[in-house]
Design a protein around this ligand. Structure first.
Ligand code: CU
Length: 693
């Protein structure tokens, strides 16, 4: 709906400028970046319904200007339109997201292949749940569902179908029954076919493995814990995470505001905020990529393509000609009437125009809410030179001091708020507006990792308006005063106090797996580490250090995480790998033994990157080239401006040390956020238990 409204507005502007023939040329350039808008209903009402449906030829969903069938889309509200980019869910710290998530997926999206349907999958491509990425919230909240990725909501639409045709083959029967069987075997709640199962309990300390049919009622608390900025949501069904996200299921969440009074210098607060609202333009830039096939350019119709990470794109010659890759590229070898496209969209739009006023500063709230693609973002001027911007927020955490950067690596799941200035910042720190209009390209540069290539694409055209009369303006600093900033940084870098040396612990009941699965490593608040083969241990008096190793099988068909030496077994939902006392701080020494990069993500927590080690030469030079832009601020054992984050790149054959706090009780996962890797097993289970006192 937002897109359509916007297009109508753009058309109106076009007609107007034709009518006024004397209008200067510049007046015709219009801003075409759609605004997904915000939705407050999940945080303010009790009866919001979030539906998921598969699009069809009769009821397609609009993606990048095409009416696409076989995709998946969300609708907020009983009668709302299904959208590829739903409105951004907006909540204030202290509120809770309450909604009924309704699974109306009548058949798998068209990016799921027949082979995958035939394969023995524990989960099925029509199952659903919702993960609120980055929110530090309980995975279990009483009778309603929290941020519980062990929840499976089976399709209500399929249940009805399989009722009518029991024993009938095809997608419906196959999908529903495969999933059902797998869950029953795991001891979860078995629902009768066709029934809408009443809400099952998901309490902390009990199994979070819950299967519901048709829908689930959610209550996801948004804590007042300093988190403020961009977050996002997507289904988290192991085995099909990347297919579901690639089929369209992801959206943004905005928590708090720049003007909360906690993120700016008082002078900037006064200048940039009025009545708690930012007076500076803020734009969402939600990045999603999608592959389309069976494209009819005349009718603007297409079908979702089975996502292939290994395809090559046209227009990738050296140097890259960005005029040939506007908003995406043709997938090589598909030329002809069915030229397949790999689109890289901003708020669902292909290569929109962003128009900035002369001398204005804008905040771009960028979120990579795609499944697999990594972005190396730059803003290029007409001569191809990079333009600096300021990074003010990473993964929903405002930085104490803004960081000036010329490029930004954003792996899947990462968010960053950047300040872009329309003009030139002079030697005195003043913003000098351009005299004439200037055109820039907002570009993702080519990213190479192993055999996969994320193509170079011009994401948006950026027009900075010129004004020969405009005067220089002050540039906002975006940060805290130096003393407060230093104090905050010192707090972030300091280790929490741990208990004395020699305190004895025995294995808590919560940290035992079923027979045959082996026990997890246990971490206690006082720094004690208990190995998987131990049942007793003593505190060391130091913050717990746990080695994590990310790796893959030689032919890249299996990916894994090895926690504290615990063998490289495939991911098992039933097996806890790491058991942590609530409130503990853990230092993970993460080693990436892969020749490709990965992206660390830990649910229900945030962390500081303390150290990083990687080579840019030799065989790993290609993947690690992009790391330079990301880690250039890391010096002497820490990020120059440390910030809590929930994603961190793991350079190929490199090491990263992160310090993590675990404030939430319950069961969740840590994994690579390149979702195709997660689906292939690069994930483990963490259980946070309450102190046994
Ligand atoms: Cu990975």
């Amino acid at each position: 709906m937002h897109h359509r409204k916007h297009r109508a507005a753009a058309a109106a502007v076009g007609a107007l400028s034709l009518a006024i023939l004397a209008a200067p040329l510049a007046a015709r350039a219009a801003d075409t970046l759609p605004n997904p808008g915000v939705d407050r209903s999940l945080a303010t009402r009790d009866d919001t319904v979030v539906k998921v449906r598969r699009s069809s030829k009769k009821a397609p969903v609009e993606i990048g200007g095409y009416a696409v069938s076989g995709a998946l889309a969300y609708a907020f509200g009983k009668k709302a339109e299904f959208l590829y980019v739903p409105p951004v869910i907006k909540a204030k710290p202290g509120e809770a997201l309450r909604f009924k998530l309704v699974n109306e997926i009548d058949a798998p999206p068209s990016n799921v292949t027949a082979a995958e349907l035939e394969g023995e999958q524990m989960m099925v491509p029509t199952d659903l749940n919702m993960h609120t990425h980055g929110l530090i919230t309980s995975p279990c909240s009483g009778k309603k569902q929290g941020d519980n990725i062990f929840l499976t909501i089976q399709s209500g639409a399929l249940a009805k179908q399989s009722d009518g045709h029991s024993g009938h083959g095809g997608h419906a029967g196959h999908g529903a029954h495969a999933g059902h069987g797998a869950h029953a075997g795991h001891g979860a709640v078995a629902a009768a076919d066709g029934d809408i199962e009443p809400q099952a309990k998901s309490e902390c300390g009990k199994s979070q493995l819950v299967t519901l049919k048709g829908s689930a009622d959610y209550r996801i608390g948004v804590k007042d814990n300093g988190q403020s900025g961009m977050f996002w949501f997507h289904p988290h069904i192991h085995g099909f995470s990347q297919k579901m996200v690639n089929a369209g299921l992801s959206g943004g969440i905005q928590i708090g505001s720049l003007c909360d009074g906690k993120h700016l210098l008082p002078s900037d607060q006064e200048r940039l905020c009025k009545n708690g609202s930012p007076q500076i333009r803020e734009r969402f830039m939600l990045l999603k990529d999608v592959q389309l096939t069976k494209i009819d350019e005349k009718a603007k119709i297409a079908e979702l393509r089975p996502y292939d990470i290994f395809v090559n794109c046209s227009g990738q010659g050296k140097p890259i000609d960005y005029s040939k890759v506007k908003g995406g590229c043709q997938i090589d070898g598909t030329a002809g009437k069915d030229t397949d496209l790999w689109l890289f969209l901003v708020n669902g739009a292909r290569y929109p125009t962003v128009e900035m006023k002369a001398g204005a500063q804008e905040i771009w709230r960028i979120a990579n809410i795609g499944a697999n693609a990594s972005y190396d973002l730059v803003l290029l001027d007409e001569d191809g030179n990079k333009t600096d911007f300021q990074v003010i927020n990473i993964d929903g955490n405002y930085v104490a001091k803004s960081v000036t950067k010329g490029s930004l690596l954003m792996m899947p799941g990462t968010r960053a708020d950047i300040v872009v200035s329309s003009g030139r910042i002079d030697g005195k720190g003043k913003l000098q507006p351009f005299k004439k209009d200037k055109t820039f390209q907002f570009v993702q540069r080519q990213v190479l990792s192993g055999t996969s290539t994320y193509p170079a694409v011009a994401l948006a055209k950026v027009v900075m308006k010129g004004d020969p009369q405009a005067k220089a303006t002050e540039v906002a600093e975006f940060g805290l005063d130096p003393a407060t900033a230093e104090a905050r940084i010192a707090t972030l870098m300091a280790d929490d106090a741990v208990g004395p040396v020699g305190k004895k612990h025995k294995r808590p009941e919560a940290c035992k797996n079923k027979k045959g699965l082996g026990n997890p490593t246990v971490v206690f608040k006082d720094g004690t580490v208990m190995g998987p083969d131990e049942d007793h241990s003593q505190s060391s008096g130091q913050t717990a250090v746990i080695p994590l190793r990310f790796g893959n099988s030689p032919n890249f068909d299996k990916f894994f995480i090895n926690t504290n030496g615990q063998g490289a077994k495939a991911f098992d939902m039933d097996r806890i790998n790491l058991c942590i006392e609530k409130g503990s701080t853990v230092r993970f020494e993460v080693e990436n033994s892969s020749p490709i990069f990965h992206n660390l993500h830990i649910h229900q927590s945030r962390f500081i990157v303390e150290k990083v080690k990687y080579e840019t030469g030799g065989p790993d030079e290609r993947p690690n080239r992009v790391m330079a832009g990301f880690f250039k601020d890391v010096k002497a054992g820490g990020e120059m401006v440390p910030v809590e984050r929930d994603t961190a790149p793991l350079p190929a054959s490199g090491k990263v040390v992160v310090k993590v706090k675990f404030p939430e009780q319950g069961r969740f996962v840590y994994h690579c956020h390149i979702l195709i890797h997660e689906d292939l097993g690069m994930m483990q289970v963490a259980e946070v238990f309450a102190s046994e006192e």
